[in-house]
Design a binder for this molecule. Structure first.
Ligand code: ATP
Ligand code: LTN
Length: 330
């Protein structure tokens, strides 16, 4: 039996965070043996906000380096840059024409980003989910591992695929979203009621994967908690402590009950240090490998060139079948 197909990606906007690692990349690493995996760097999606060109180029390579440093094996997975497989832009346009304004305007990511970038609410920001649907449907992906915030985009992808299949007959596999419970939504350290995000303005809110150990320790020590001084999971009343427990659980694979036991009678100071140490220990080998890879641009180029070639094989097959069905001369 052939393996099930996975596709996922991360935008090339900004530095990657612990949220991206635990919510996405770390899960991908765990899936690479069992599935046929396609992992991309979504640099076309990055254009929906303004970027400095040099920074965008560098970020694209940095994300590629993180993917590999975190344990994605380029021999086992197809790792590629979205823009290098032109089928994405092409199917993206086609799917724009099968996606309704009404459904796009319900997307919370659009509403959030439009509020954040009120001076640049561009058409790409609005049609973003149709391009994401193209990313997924081109590879006939069965499963899409993402953080919880992306599930709404998965739902619209399924709706677009079903709509197309109903009109033209079976064309796309209907993908399922996959969210790992332990790390579905890592919250900010300063504001534990909102998601830890690459584009945060308060740097103490976010652990960046590139942060030095002493910076990581300092950020955890400053993390917002509460005055109860008991390590107990209660998202409603203790969002800060619960978030730290969730991070510790995702890193160590210990259950919340085990963590409550481990820190029974312990104060927040000791707990925060332990969480920081676990994160530092996990990130250290990744950071070392990451620096090595960034010093080897020829190797990175080899990986993404081969990745794009591989990806194109399946992507062009799907795109051609779509074009034939809708009457576009191939
Ligand atoms: P931005 O805040 O700029 O929108 P982001 O940090 O959310 O960026 P994305 O590129 O949108 O990053 O997300 C990449 C992947 O990481 C997605 O699967 C997303 O669900 C996941 N992810 C991002 N932040 C978190 C988080 N705090 N907790 C869990 N998963 C996350
Ligand atoms: N929108 C995603 C990034 C992304 C993606 C994809 C994720 C672009 N294309 C395809 C999964 C599958 C985000 O995390 N902001």
């Amino acid at each position: 039996m052939s393996k099930k197909i996975i596709l996922s990606g991360i935008q090339a906007t900004g530095k990657l965070t612990l949220g991206n690692y635990l919510g996405a990349i770390d899960n991908w690493v765990k899936m690479q043996e069992e599935y046929e995996c396609y992992y991309m760097i979504a640099n076309l999606h990055s254009l929906t906000v303004r970027n400095d060109p040099e920074t965008l180029r560098n970020n694209t390579l940095k994300i590629l380096a993180i993917y590999i440093a975190a344990g994605l094996d380029p021999d086992k997975n197809t790792i590629f840059i979205q823009s290098q497989v032109k089928e994405h832009a092409e199917l993206g346009w086609i799917l724009d024409c099968y996606t309704y304004m009404g459904e796009l305007s319900r997307m919370t990511q659009f509403k959030d980003k439009a509020a954040k970038h009120a001076d640049n609410i561009n058409a790409g920001l609005f049609t973003y989910p149709a391009l994401m649907a193209a990313d997924i449907l081109l590879y006939q992906a069965d499963l899409v591992p993402v953080g919880e915030d992306q599930m709404q985009h998965l739902e619209i992808t399924r709706d677009i695929a079903e709509r197309f299949n109903n009109l033209y007959g079976e064309t796309f596999v209907i993908p399922e979203g996959y969210v790992r419970k332990a790390s579905k939504r890592i919250m900010g350290l300063q504001d534990p009621t909102s998601k830890m995000s690459k584009s945060a303005t308060n740097l103490n809110d976010v652990i960046f994967l590139e942060d030095e150990p002493e910076v990581i320790l300092k950020k955890f020590k400053r993390a917002v908690t509460d005055s109860e001084n008991i390590i107990r999971f209660d998202i409603e009343n203790k969002p800060g402590v619960s978030n730290l427990m969730q991070i510790y659980s995702a890193i160590t694979s210990k259950t919340i009950e085990e963590i409550e036991k481990e820190f029974e009678g312990s104060g927040y100071g000791n707990f925060k240090t332990k969480v920081a140490e676990a994160v530092i220990q996990k990130l250290e080998p990744i950071q070392i490998k990451y620096k090595e890879l960034l010093n080897n641009p020829e190797y990175l180029e080899k990986i993404y060139t081969k990745g794009a070639e591989n990806a194109r094989e399946l992507a062009s097959k799907t795109l051609n079948s779509v074009k034939e069905k809708i009457g576009i001369i191939v």
